[in-house]
Design a protein around this ligand. Structure first.
Ligand code: SF4
Length: 477
């Protein structure tokens, strides 16, 4: 059903859609996991406007409660189950509240969830996110206890980015799914095979967002953005070259990368693009070749370090970060030491390190495992300790330099008001306002760094450029 064409804006309080009147209602969405999920939540919110839903941050006042789940990490998974359990009490008090679960967990376990949780009305998988209005419509039409987890089997992937948040930053899905099948990862089972959008469609999409919605910074999203365009004989490098030409667009980021698919063409674009961020997140996962083999990662440590070298040659000021899994099944002390050595050599600006947790249904979950949870915790701690020392040293070079930030938040700590923003290279910087009445939200500001530690940087404001992106200044990082 094409809801959009059937929406009848009879008056501002009630919308007639199909056979049903939709008064103004509120939707609460709890999102778990990665930026892909954050972006999917934005798409759902935008689509639900067709049914007269506005977002609320208070689940108690919501008419519709949705969970956008993540199956990658154990922690997000267990938080979701606990939150879903809590909703039961809300539904007991407010019988007409509709509850739905979407995303990765619903893709694989939707039918079981529906059976197990009486207060759950419907479940929907990752490939029907854009059909959320139709699914919610079905619940208001009297249907409940259903689960939809069908895949779109066509090779085409065509969408329009929808944004409701009013910020100058946007996530742009460019590829969905993953063909890599790393042995520890559930994503290929929850998100399906890779499918890319066309370069021409994405460029038009971004042009529209820049022109009509004031977007200045974009993050190109996918589980493996480096394999973007393979089926269409296009590439990520080609896409960035085209996006670079868009007037009014200030900054391009992309995530997440797989080292196997980083091409020389892309590395060269890191050197030549005027808008591509100086930060690159390139997940390595382990510094041991034998662990990488067991992870089915398809590259060696030597190949990976070679990529870092080429990237640093192309862009000497590039700032790098990575993901590390501590304590992969049967990891030996030597294999763990190899990861510590890699950290010393790679000199990352920050890392996301996790202790391995088995995801049911993956190859790694079926491996016999000799490591105890205590050993895993110890190895994670060693990785984090070493990295904190490395990044504390690295960040000293920031002191005295001026960085340009896009300001995204303010907060008060011990009665001191501070604003926070991110640099082009993804470092978080806090600064005090020139006076307390100043509102810097979504301003571009230049800040001189006065203090830098492993975890935070403080600075003082040098110049406030307002909300329009200022001309680049070579003395500003
Ligand atoms: S590249 Fe590997 S870790 Fe990343 S989403 Fe695909 S299977 Fe998972």
């Amino acid at each position: 059903m094409n809801l959009e064409s059937e929406v009848e804006k009879s008056n501002s309080l009630v919308k007639r859609v199909g056979e049903i009147d939709f008064p103004q209602r509120k939707v609460y969405i709890k999102t778990y996991g990665c930026q892909m999920n954050e972006h999917d939540t934005q798409r759902m919110l935008s689509s639900l406007e067709d049914l007269n839903f506005d977002q609320t941050q208070e689940k108690e006042e919501a008419d519709l409660i949705l969970f956008n789940t993540c199956a990658i990490r154990d922690l997000a998974n267990s938080k979701f189950y606990s939150h879903l359990g809590e909703i039961k009490h809300i539904k007991e008090k407010k019988k007409d509240v509709v509850v739905g679960v979407g995303g990765c967990v619903a893709q694989t376990e939707g039918k079981d969830l529906i059976k197990k949780y009486n207060h759950l009305d419907f479940a929907f998988g990752t490939d029907v996110i854009d059909d959320i209005s139709s699914l919610v419509y079905r619940t208001y039409a009297g249907e409940n206890k259903f689960s939809v987890n069908t895949w779109d089997r066509s090779r085409d992937y065509s969408i329009e980015t929808k944004i409701t948040h009013g910020k100058p930053q946007a996530y742009i899905n460019i590829i969905k799914g993953c063909d890599k099948f790393c042995s520890y990862c559930i994503v290929p089972f929850t998100r399906g095979r890779e499918k890319s959008r066309r370069v021409s469609e994405i460029v038009k999409d971004v042009q529209r967002l820049v022109e009509y919605q004031g977007i200045q910074e974009i993050t190109l999203l996918g589980q493996n953005v480096n394999s973007f365009g393979k089926d269409n004989k296009e590439s990520l490098a080609q896409l960035i070259i085209e996006l670079d030409k868009i007037k009014g667009l200030a900054l391009i980021r992309y995530t997440t990368s797989h080292p196997y698919d980083v091409s020389d063409e892309l590395i060269s674009v890191h050197g030549s693009s005027s808008k591509l961020s100086r930060h690159l997140h390139l997940p390595v996962q382990s510094g041991s070749n034998t662990v990488l083999q067991r992870m089915l990662r398809e590259y060696t440590v030597e190949h990976y370090l070679g990529l870092l070298k080429k990237l640093r040659q192309a862009r000497p000021d590039i700032v790098l970060s990575t993901d590390i899994i501590a304590g992969f099944p049967n990891e030996t002390r030597e294999e763990h030491e190899a990861t510590l050595n890699l950290l010393r050599e790679a000199q990352y600006d920050f890392i996301y390190a996790y202790s391995y947790s088995a995801r049911p249904g993956t190859k790694a979950a079926r491996m016999k495992d000799s490591l105890s949870e205590e050993e895993r915790r110890q190895r994670l701690w060693e990785i984090q300790e070493l990295q904190l020392a490395i990044q504390a040293d690295l960040r000293q070079e920031m002191v005295g330099r001026v960085y340009r930030l896009l300001v995204d938040e303010s907060g008060t700590k011990k009665d001191v008001l501070k604003w926070k923003g991110r640099t082009n290279c993804m470092r978080i910087v806090h600064f005090r306002p020139e006076n307390e009445s100043m509102d810097y939200l979504w301003h571009w500001v230049d800040v001189k760094i006065t203090q830098a530690t492993a975890l935070s940087c403080q600075g003082e404001i040098v110049k406030d450029h307002g909300k329009s992106y200022p001309a680049p200044d070579l003395t500003v990082f």
